[in-house]
Design a protein around this ligand. Structure first.
Ligand code: GLC
Length: 533
């Protein structure tokens, strides 16, 4: 079988789609309140289309108390007034489609907001009620000890008392993230029915796909047993096997796939499945999700052997289960790659090279807003940090979420808000203008130009059938730390990950992230696309 198509079927558009991730509160502020919104995104849609991507993934804009910047959803089928109105969303969807851009939304099925009406009803209804059976409520071991030793991903214990101090209601409720994000009880069939309605609501509107938040976490081990490693804090999901990757979760995605397939054109599911590649691949079997993010390169350093090993493992998973990887080097939860790859000039070169690499690999790819500007992580002043993970667990994701710089001149906000608007919700660094969209547009050697050129070339290579949507890749490392991934017999991707410039295999370099040396070698920290003769 090739790709995730059934034998004999044509490759599908999503198999090698490039999607641009918009974090709405930091993209563009249309109403001048210092927070990005749908109106701002609408005016900037032509910019996204000009990159040459296939679509947009929008992180949550549904009604939410914003404790976890929208990942605490209080109404799955609405628009938070902070971001705009449903009429504006409908306008945005139509405008995106008119520009040839698909729209993916975020669905958050593991937990909701403690202000969700069903959670409020559960709290009010009391112990033993059907309302409480929608969530994980349980009596503690005693008044001060929760039902088990699970830790929250954001730090601290994963349980809170519903009514601290009450003698009649001694129950606790489970929250893998903050206390304001109670976990749904997926063993209750009513939860599955509720989410099918949510999916249909957005698919009926014409939304093209959904990104599924912490998709591997929905089911908890029966009986909620203690975790073996009670000390795990921020790493809660990975080191507590009872809250992740339970077999029952696959039935959810089979059901969601049937829903997605019942629409025309088919709707697409892409999962945040933060598991090792062999386990993550099981979520993309032919009757489950279409894609799951491949985050492997996020965890590895700048190391050709490690990248080749993971690439080979993902290729084996593709052959076994069908779906090609969906690459992501960045998102709103991850330290920007410029900084991860060492910072400064070297980190910037590597981040450019890494981006060109993932755009040349088989499968799909996601670009996080600002990655095309090679933005570094920002060290946000302590008193300006708002991430709940910072307040509970001491890890801040704010530095990857700074409002985007659009213009060179400050005008207070570098074009993010209109002049005179209040300060943006996270402060922008002084030198932000030199990294702005405007600055990149004025520089033919900028990362923004590299991305648009790469995406244009990618399309041409597809049209000429040099690349295919359902390609696989063969990985190897050559002398001096040159990573190679060959797609078919005409195209290869090379990344110089060692300290020396490298000889490239025979062929024409059609694009490179840095100029070749006068001897025609690929310099360290650079990537190249090569067409074989
Ligand atoms: C996902 C989101 C992250 C959020 C968490 C809880 O990992 O990407 O931003 O905090 O889920 O919903």
């Amino acid at each position: 079988m090739s790709g995730s198509t059934e034998e004999g079927q044509k490759p599908r558009w999503w198999q090698d789609a490039v999607i641009y991730q918009v974090y709405p509160r930091s993209f563009a502020d249309g109403d001048g309140d210092g927070v990005g919104d749908l109106a701002g995104l609408l005016t900037r849609l032509p910019y996204i289309a000009s990159l040459g991507v296939d679509g947009i993934w929008m992180t949550p804009f549904q009604p939410s108390p914003q404790v976890d910047q929208g990942y605490d959803v209080s109404d799955y089928c609405g628009v938070d007034p902070l971001f705009g109105t449903m009429a504006q969303f409908d306008e945005l969807l139509a405008a995106a489609h008119a520009l040839g851009l698909r729209i993916f939304l975020d669905v958050v099925p593991n937990h909701c907001s403690s202000e969700h009406l069903l959670f409020q009803a559960a709290v009010a209804a009391g112990p033993g009620s059907p309302e409480r059976a929608m969530f994980h409520f349980a009596k503690g071991r005693d008044a001060d000890t929760p039902p088990n030793n699970w830790q929250s991903v954001f730090g601290g214990r994963a349980w809170s008392r519903v009514n601290p101090g009450s003698d009649t209601d001694q129950e606790w409720y489970l929250h893998l993230f903050s206390p304001e994000q109670p976990d749904w009880n997926w063993r209750n069939p009513a939860v599955g029915d509720y989410f099918e309605d949510v999916l249909r609501f957005w698919f009926d509107k014409g939304v093209d796909g959904l990104r599924i938040d912490v998709a591997h976490a929905l089911f908890k081990a029966d009986g909620l047993p203690d975790a073996a490693n009670a000390d795990s804090v921020v790493d809660g999901l990975r080191s507590n096997l009872h809250v992740s990757d339970q077999e029952e979760v696959h039935e959810v995605y089979r059901r969601w796939r049937r829903v997605a397939d019942s629409y025309s054109p088919e709707r697409v599911l892409v999962g945040e499945v933060n598991l090792d590649p062999d386990r993550a691949a099981r979520y993309t079997r032919h009757d489950e999700m279409h894609q799951a993010f491949a985050f492997a390169f996020v965890k590895l350093g700048w190391n050709a052997a490690a990248w080749a090993a993971v690439g080979t493992e993902l290729e084996a998973a593709r052959r076994e289960h069908g779906a090609a990887p969906t690459w992501a080097l960045e998102n709103h939860d991850i330290v920007r790659s410029v900084t991860r790859f060492g910072g400064g000039e070297r980190g910037a070169m590597r981040a450019r090279a890494g981006l060109l690499a993932v755009l040349g690999l088989p499968g799909g790819a996601y670009i996080y807003q600002g990655q095309e500007l090679n933005l570094p992580e920002v060290d946000v002043p302590l008193d300006a940090r708002v991430d709940p993970m910072w307040h509970r667990g001491g890890v801040s994701r704010d530095g990857a979420r700074i409002p985007l710089p659009w213009t060179v001149d400050s005008g207070d906000t570098f074009g993010f808000s209109s002049p005179g608007a209040p300060a943006p919700w996270l402060p922008t660094p002084e030198a932000w203008g030199s990294r702005s969209v405007e600055a990149h547009l004025n520089d033919s050697g900028s990362t923004l130009h590299l991305v648009t050129t790469a995406l244009e070339l990618r399309k041409q290579l597809r049209e000429k059938e040099i690349l295919a949507a359902d390609d696989g890749g063969t990985w190897r490392v050559e002398n001096g730390g040159l990573l190679i991934c060959e797609r078919g017999d005409q195209f290869l991707l090379a990344v110089a990950m060692g300290d020396d410039a490298c000889h490239l295999p025979d062929g024409n370099v059609v694009l490179a992230s840095s100029p070749l040396t006068p001897e025609g070698l690929l310099p360290p920290d650079a990537a190249a696309w090569v067409l074989r003769n």
